[in-house]
Design a protein around this ligand. Structure first.
Ligand code: ADP
Length: 320
């Protein structure tokens, strides 16, 4: 038996190990056979190398295609996001101009009337006009306060004044303030007797509750229930503000925490707003080391839930 082993080279590089030939009768190779085998080896080397290159090229092409696909997708997403932000910005500018101008026009109109027609206006009408002036100035104050809040928050100029805070007491206070607007809505609070105080900034937690509870009221149907409840779990408390309003579709549940974002619906068209309430709540809760989210099924109302750490190391300790 004879075995012919030929190095398969391409340029100076060994690309394969050789061609083995078994031939019982062959003892040694003639010159022609040598030539034949070395040409065969050379051809095979080229073929193998080509196949390898082809495979590598295919792989490289595939990776490149994937990369291009990924980048295109990223760019498209960035582009969509930019367009959304642009839309939010122009909505905001037109909202602020509208929101500022509407109450100002009303205020100016009623003041001019009271000023010029003072003697002719009945007591009843004067009372009505003053009521409108009161409401419209409140609306302006709310808008300006929220704009200032968000700008203070964004530039990191918010201090947390830690002190012992009883959340149920704050809820009671917010209910008292809102009772006059609650009309046909039932306000209920539900906390266990041993619900703990936490260390927090009382004004800021009250602001969070005020925002969430007034939203719940705004979206409640007549006769609806707004319930605020809480419990302690380990070193945290969890508070839920729930209503029986229209709810929020899953696709909107994160967006409503974006600045200036408002859903396009009937209630929002009737009720002016800035879309700043929830982003302010979220930032205030983050500043306390907590988190806030919403759980909702359309048509089944909303549960706005927030968790706060007890943060007991932040103040003298809870009140008795
Ligand atoms: P604003 O109330 O000024 O619109 P918010 O940031 O408080 O701004 O709320 C953002 C949006 O979230 C609202 O415009 C509304 O579409 C939605 N939303 C908030 N609370 C509720 C709720 N309880 N029920 C239904 N939708 C709500």
């Amino acid at each position: 038996m004879s075995i012919v082993l030929l190095p398969m080279r391409l340029k100076a590089r060994l690309v394969g190990f050789g061609v083995g030939v078994r031939n019982h009768r062959m003892v040694h190779l003639s010159d022609d056979e040598r030539l034949f085998f070395s040409m065969f080896a050379a051809q095979s080397s080229t073929a193998i190398e080509n196949a390898r290159l082809y495979e590598a090229l295919g792989q490289a092409n595939l990776t490149l295609e994937e990369k291009v696909h990924e980048r295109t997708h990223d760019l498209q997403e960035a582009n969509t996001r930019l367009r959304e932000l642009d839309q939010i910005k122009s909505n905001f500018i037109s909202m602020v101009s509208h929101e500022l101008r509407t109450p100002l026009t009303a205020i100016k109109g009623f003041i001019v009337t009271l000023f010029h027609y003072d003697k002719e206006i009945s007591e009843e009408k004067r009372h009505l006009y003053l009521g409108v002036l009161n409401e419209e100035t409140d609306r302006l104050t709310r808008l300006i306060t929220e704009l200032l809040d968000i700008s203070r928050i964004e530039s990191g100029r918010v201090d947390i004044q830690w002190s012992p805070v009883s959340v149920p007491t704050l809820v009671r206070r917010v209910f008292d303030t809102l009772a006059i607007k609650a009309d046909a809505v039932r306000l209920v609070q539900d906390f266990p007797a041993d619900f703990p105080d936490i260390a927090a900034d009382s004004d800021k937690i009250e602001q969070v509750l005020m925002n969430l509870i007034s939203n719940a009221l705004k979206y409640s149907p007549e006769g609806g229930l707004v319930r605020v409840s809480g419990f302690r779990q380990g070193d945290e408390i969890e508070i839920t503000v729930e209503d029986e309003g229209p709810g929020i579709p899953a696709s909107e549940q994160e967006k409503i925490f974006d600045k200036f974002y408002r859903q396009d619906n009937e209630t929002n068209r009737k009720n002016p707003g800035t879309g700043l309430g929830l982003p302010i709540c979220r930032t205030l809760i983050h500043l306390h080391g907590g988190k806030v989210w919403v759980r909702s099924e359309p048509g089944q109302g909303c549960h706005f839930i927030f968790r706060l750490p007890l943060n007991l190391d932040k103040s003298e300790g809870p009140r008795g």
